[in-house]
Each structure stands twice: as structure tokens, then as C-alpha cells.
Ligand binder design. Structure first.
Ligand code: MN
Length: 732
């Protein structure tokens, strides 16, 4: 049994100013109140509050949280009145204990309602003081660690609840370490057979994994030293059982195909530029797997997780993951909100917490609106799991999608026309059905064909309202277009029967026919035709209105024996270019033109540009400096004037630069410093040594405009050892 003095010592180490005596008092009080009680394991009950307190001390929480851990069950399980706690331990602790007791209180409701109620209370308590939930999570963790002493039925129920509610809450609060342990324990009790099998398989490979990890970590350390990129340490990790199991289940693959089974974790000093410098070194050591690079540093997850992830191919061909983050990011990845909370005491304001709790607040607001407990629990499960998945275009652009989104949703997110012309999709280079749910980190490539169009079936699986609306709109448009066409044919047929020129009639859309459309309550002739097509209006009646009753009767008499004029309406297809993607460029004097930045020269905002009308692909926008422009001038009639739109969006353009340097150590670090000094993103970096013993460093930077680019280049030129830097042609 852990001793209270060990706990006191831990808290004292992390909080030198803390009132440690309150911990000893809480301990004695708890010991007295729980005296004689035992746990299912047969141990004295006191073990439980002590262990809970220890977990909290390990999380480096303050003495108030740890004392609450010691006292968390006294009001609930013994006869102590809340006022007693207040008198003995003060307002703050009493408040926390009260919050915990309220969560635990069981009324005579169904199990489902109880659970829903408890979760609601927990959410409210969390907003009030996040420490309530931290203590509750520590409580659950210790209960999970000792679950084997309970009956199988109860064990399963608690494990399921842990997986459904507690592990996701830990995740949303960013407490990675606790989430992992909760999930693995729950997995062990929910699927004991599969757990044992997988654990055995992994155990068998352990020597191999350890040797491999040892190799790569040593190797990374050496190379970082050589490149003069400062790092604190390199760790190795093997993926956790539960997440391996989930992956095997979901992707129906074997253990050998889990590419991120093994990961090296590089921890750098607390400056972001070191992360990118380290990434450059890693990509230089091993071939990166395209599309697997994820920059959670520039774009933190909403639980504040930050890290660079990349997958590389080892020298023997086996892929593995490398995660790079600063010491501070690492701590937040492990401790999440607990790490933040600690800072609240002094150094840091509450602003970070505010951001972290944004989702929590909206969750609470919403939880009060939903009345039905089943509905509430179901949507809560959805909401507790990360709401969004991040997927990538083949060009590496990050797309944020809701859970369950499919390639069709992805396509519509890129652009309506991409969605409308979507015929299929490749996910991670494999062709998949369009209804496949996209997973985090997937690289999604949409295949399109100009003759393709949306299918009504898509409505059965798309999840974004954007995709749903566009498909519905298309279906409705399509129906309307068909109806107009049918209406027109019916009208022509009737006109032909009466030996009237349909062409003439229809051409009269400003006059008589329009009046008749209005008579029927329609604004336009097309609406009238659509109504005929839908079968709402009989064409004969429409024509009768047009001619007037007498004239119509006269013609109607002679209806037989008439030649049918073969009218070819020849509907002229109206070609309309649609603007695609590059909203930042406008074609002077024209709307709705499809424009795309040419890949050969990859123009950046601010550069002089010209547009060239291509055959069927809209306007390609080239930089005036582009080599291809000379040749395009052969067809001056297809050159159009374009300009950068005055939009304020700060879209970044990826530009590939080549630096020629002396072959000396520290070049990569020097370069990353020069670039990140200007708050410029680095997307990729690779270095080689040319036969002339010159270093060639290719770096892809993200710039907002051409001025920004010039500054970056001149900064790089100033780095000692850099001989020259040039912009490479082509898209990065
Ligand atoms: Mn407890």
C-alpha cells in the first residue's frame, strides 16, 4: 500500500508553496471514516482514496485536488455531512467533494437515464472547476486497474462505460496518458480473448521491436548532433494494444501492415524552429512516405495537441513513424488540461484554457437542450470522440471533415464542380467505394470525369450539409431541366398537330407566351414548360389560351391529315465556365471563369500574371516570367488579362527553393533558423551533397506573396555558408 508521506512528498516537489498539512489531515480523516470498510479485492477501503490521490499527485496537480482525491468517497459512502468537510478543509475542497458526490448520486431512474444524468452533471461540474473531472477520472482509473475483482457482468458494464465516456473525456481534455491506460484496460475486460492473443503476439516481437527502436533512436541522435540541431532526447514507442486492435479491425489488415506500430519521438528544446530543423534531418536520413506528413504544430488539434508526424521508410524497407515536438508540447500531449491547469496558478493566464474549453461549453449548452436521455447519450458519444477527421489532398492540403465523411463529402469540400464530376476515389492510393468513411490522416484523391454527374444514391451516405445540399440541388435542377425538355417536346407536338410553328411560338417568350405563363402563375416561359413536363398543365389548354377559344376551335377541327413538322428545337448547350479553387485570381471583365494557377510556374500573389484560355479547362494563369508564356503568345487571341483579387484571405503559397551551400555541418539548422525567424512555414526540406561537394538543400516554404518570398530568399542568402539560392520552377 502506498504511504501518504510518498504522496505528500510528490506534491511538495511540484508545488513548493503548497499547504502539505492539509494532505495529512485529509488522510487521517479519510482513514477514520472508511475504517472497517473493505473493497471487492478484500483490501481495506482506504487503499482506494490513497491510490486516487497518488494518481493525481503523479499528474502534478495541486494539494487541493490531491486532498479531494483522499476525501472523494467520504460523503458518498460514509455518514459525513458536507458541512463537516467545509469546516475542516475549507470552501474549495468542500466544493470539489460536493461536485463529485453529486455526480455519483443515484436516483431511482433507469440505468440509461442515470448514466445520462451523471454525464450531464459531470459536464456542468467540469465547466465549474475542471479539477472535479480530473479527480473523477483518477477515481475511474483506479477502479479500472482493480476491475478483475468484480463479477464479469459488472466488469463489462464499467469497461464499456469507460470506453464510451471516460476515455473520450480524457482525450478531449488532452490527457493522452490516462486515455491510453483507460482504453487498454477497457479493451482487456471487454474482449479478453483478443486482448490476450494480441498481447502475446506483441510480446513475441518485443526483442525485435526493441532492437529496431534502439537502432533508430541512436541513429537519429547521431545525425542531429552532426547537423547541429539541438534535441533533448529521442524516445521510442510501440503502439498501444487498443489502438493496434482498432486499426486491425477497421482496415482488416495484419499486424505487419500497421505502418505506425513503431515510432521514434524526438523531443526538442522549447522552440518551434527546432522541430522543423529536426524534421529536415529526419527526411534526409530516410525516405519519407508521401502524404503521411502531418503538421499539428502549425495547426494544433482542438485538444491542443501539437506535434509533427511523418512516416519514413527504414533502411531495410520497414516503415515507421517519427514524431517531433518540443518538451512543452510533449508535456501537454501527456497531461493535457492538467498541465495547463497547473499554470493557471501563476505564469499563464486563463486564455489557453478558454480555448481548450470552447468545445466543452458548447457541449454543456447543448446537453441542457436535449431532453431524451437515449438521444443525449447517443449524440454525446459522437461528440466526445473527436468530431473531425483531417484528411489530405494529394498535394498535401489539409481538409477538415466531420466524422463519417466520405470521398463525396471531400470532393464537394474542394469544389462543387469536383463533387458534381466525381466518379471515384483513391484513399491512400487504393480505389475505394464512394461511401467509404474517411479516416484521420488519409490521403484522398478524387477522380472526376467531365461527363459524370451526381447520383441520387449519394444522399444515402453523405454527411456534410454542403454535399447534401449540392446533390439535392443538382437532382432538383436535373429534374427541372428534364421537365422543361419534356414540356417543350409536348408543346411542340401539340403545336405541330395544329400546324403551328412551335419555333415561332416559343420564340415569342417576351410576348404572348410569357403572358400565358403569367396567367398560370409562372414568371417565365420555362416555368410553364416545366409545368407541362411535370404534367400539371395540358399543352392543348396552354395553346388554346394562346390562340383564344375561337381560333383554337377552328384549327382543332382540321387536326387530322396534317403533316407533322419535324421541329428540331436544337437546344443550344450553354457552356459556362465555373470558377475553380483559385478565388484569389479574377479575370478582368468576366465572371464565373474557371481559373487555375499554372503548375509550370506556380505564380505567387503579387507577381505579374497573364491568363491563357485553354481548351476545355478554363483559364490557366501563368507568371509573366514563365518560359511557357513566350510560346503561348503565338495565340494572342487566347490571352486574357487577369489580376490578383483584392481579397484579404491570407492564403499561403508553397514555393520550392534550392539553396546551394558549402558542405559543412549546421547548414540545415542555419537555414531553418533564417526561415522561421520570419514566421514562415516550412513544408518540406531535403538535402544532398552534389558531386562538386556542394550542398544542395531543397526547401518548400509557405509564403503569402512575392514580397514575402523575396524577403525569405534574401534572409537565406545571408546565412553563412549559403552560396546561392534560387526559386525552382513548378508547383511544390
Ligand atoms: Mn472512488
Amino acid at each position: 500500500m502506498i504511504r501518504i508521506e510518498e504522496i505528500v512528498e510528490k506534491v511538495g516537489r511540484n508545488h513548493p508553496q503548497a499547504d502539505l498539512d492539509i494532505l495529512r489531515r485529509a488522510y487521517f480523516f479519510s482513514a477514520r471514516e472508511h475504517k472497517g470498510q473493505t473493497r471487492a479485492s478484500g483490501e481495506p477501503y482506504l487503499v482506494h482514496p490513497l491510490e486516487v490521490a497518488n494518481i493525481l499527485a503523479e499528474m502534478r496537480l495541486d494539494e487541493v485536488s490531491v486532498a479531494t482525491g483522499l476525501l472523494h468517497d467520504v460523503v458518498e459512502d460514509t455518514l459525513v455531512a458536507p458541512e463537516v468537510i467545509r469546516e475542516l478543509f475549507g470552501e474549495e475542497i468542500a466544493h470539489l467533494v460536493d461536485g463529485l458526490t453529486k455526480i455519483a448520486q443515484i436516483s431511482n431512474q433507469s440505468r440509461e437515464e442515470q448514466q445520462a444524468e451523471n454525464v450531464r452533471k459531470m459536464l456542468l461540474a467540469m465547466v465549474d472547476d475542471v479539477r472535479v473531472v480530473l479527480v473523477k477520472l483518477a477515481d475511474r482509473l483506479h477502479n479500472m486497474r482493480t476491475l478483475q475483482f468484480l463479477k464479469p457482468e459488472k466488469r463489462r458494464r464499467i469497461a464499456q462505460e469507460t470506453l464510451d465516456i471516460f476515455a473520450p473525456i480524457a482525450h478531449r481534455l488532452g490527457i493522452g496518458r490516462m486515455r491510453s491506460e483507460l482504453e487498454d484496460l477497457a479493451f482487456q475486460h471487454l474482449h479478453p480473448e483478443e486482448y490476450r492473443e494480441l498481447a502475446e503476439q506483441l510480446e513475441k516481437r518485443r526483442p525485435e521491436h526493441e532492437a529496431f527502436l534502439g537502432d533508430i533512436t541512436t541513429h537519429i541522435q547521431e545525425k542531429m548532433l552532426e547537423a547541429e540541431v539541438p534535441i533533448i532526447r529521442v524516445e521510442g514507442r510501440v503502439k498501444r494494444l487498443y489502438s493496434i486492435w482498432k486499426k486491425l479491425k477497421r482496415q482488416k489488415i495484419g499486424l505487419d501492415q500497421v505502418y505506425d506500430m513503431i515510432a521514434a519521438r524526438v523531443i526538442t528544446p522549447n522552440e518551434v524552429r527546432h522541430c522543423y530543423a529536426a524534421l529536415g534531418v529526419v527526411h534526409n536520413m530516410w525516405q519519407p512516405v508521401p502524404g503521411r506528413f502531418k503538421d499539428w504544430v502549425a495547426m494544433p488539434r482542438d485538444n491542443l495537441y501539437q506535434s509533427l508526424h511523418t512516416s519514413v521508410i527504414g533502411t531495410k524497407g520497414q516503415p515507421f513513424e517519427v514524431q517531433i515536438r518540443t518538451e512543452e508540447m510533449h508535456r501537454i500531449a501527456e497531461e493535457g488540461v492538467a498541465a495547463h491547469w497547473k499554470y493557471k496558478e501563476g505564469k499563464r493566464g486563463a486564455r489557453d484554457d478558454d480555448q481548450a474549453f470552447q468545445w466543452l461549453r458548447s457541449l454543456v449548452e447543448w446537453s441542457q437542450e436535449v431532453k431524451d436521455s437515449r438521444d443525449f447519450l447517443e449524440s454525446l458519444k459522437l461528440d466526445l470522440y473527436p468530431k473531425d477527421v483531417y484528411a489530405f489532398t494529394p498535394m498535401g492540403k489539409v481538409m477538415q471533415l466531420p466524422r463519417g465523411a466520405t470521398p463525396v463529402d471531400f470532393a464537394y469540400l474542394i469544389h462543387t464542380e469536383v463533387g458534381n464530376k466525381c466518379t471515384g476515389a483513391r484513399v491512400n492510393n487504393r480505389i475505394v467505394p464512394l461511401r467509404t468513411a474517411i479516416q484521420n490522416g488519409d490521403v484522398v484523391e478524387i477522380m472526376t470525369s467531365p461527363n459524370s454527374h451526381p447520383s441520387r444514391d449519394w444522399l444515402n451516405f453523405v454527411v456534410t450539409s454542403r454535399a447534401r445540399n449540392r446533390v439535392r440541388h443538382w437532382v432538383a435542377e436535373q429534374q427541372r431541366a428534364e421537365s422543361i425538355e419534356i414540356g417543350r417536346k409536348l408543346f411542340e407536338k401539340e403545336a405541330g398537330r395544329l400546324q403551328l410553328s412551335a419555333k415561332k411560338l416559343l420564340g415569342d417568350s417576351d410576348g404572348e407566351l410569357k403572358r400565358i405563363a403569367n396567367d398560370y402563375g409562372y414568371g417565365r416561359v420555362d416555368d410553364l414548360l416545366a409545368a407541362i413536363g411535370y404534367g400539371k398543365i395540358v399543352p392543348r389548354n396552354a395553346i388554346a389560351k394562346f390562340l383564344g377559344p375561337d381560333k383554337f376551335a377552328e384549327l382543332d377541327q382540321k387536326k387530322e391529315s396534317r403533316l407533322r413538322s419535324s421541329v428540331n428545337a436544337g437546344v443550344q448547350a450553354v457552356r459556362k465556365f465555373i470558377r475553380l479553387g483559385d478565388d484569389s485570381i479574377v479575370v478582368r471583365g468576366v465572371d464565373d471563369l474557371l481559373v487555375a494557377r499554372a503548375r509550370c510556374c506556380n505564380p505567387v500573389r503579387g507577381e505579374e500574371i497573364i491568363g491563357y484560355v485553354t481548351l476545355g479547362k478554363g483559364v490557366a494563369v501563368h507568371a509573366r516570367r514563365c518560359k511557357n508564356v513566350q510560346q503561348l503568345m503565338v495565340n494572342p487571341e487566347r490571352i486574357v488579362e487577369v489580376e490578383w483579387a483584392g481579397s484579404s484571405d491570407q492564403a499561403a503559397y508553397a514555393v520550392k527553393l534550392l539553396a546551394i551551400t558549402e558542405n559543412r555541418t549546421g547548414m540545415i539548422a542555419g537555414l531553418t533558423d533564417a526561415i522561421s525567424d520570419m514566421k514562415t512555414g516550412i513544408r518540406d526540406m531535403r538535402a544532398t551533397v552534389a558531386p562538386d561537394n556542394r550542398g544542395r538543400i531543397e526547401v518548400t516554404v509557405e509564403v503569402f506573396d512575392v514580397k514575402h518570398l523575396d524577403k525569405v530568399m534574401s534572409n537565406i542568402r545571408k546565412v553563412p555558408g549559403v552560396l546561392d539560392v534560387e526559386r525552382l520552377q513548378g508547383a511544390a
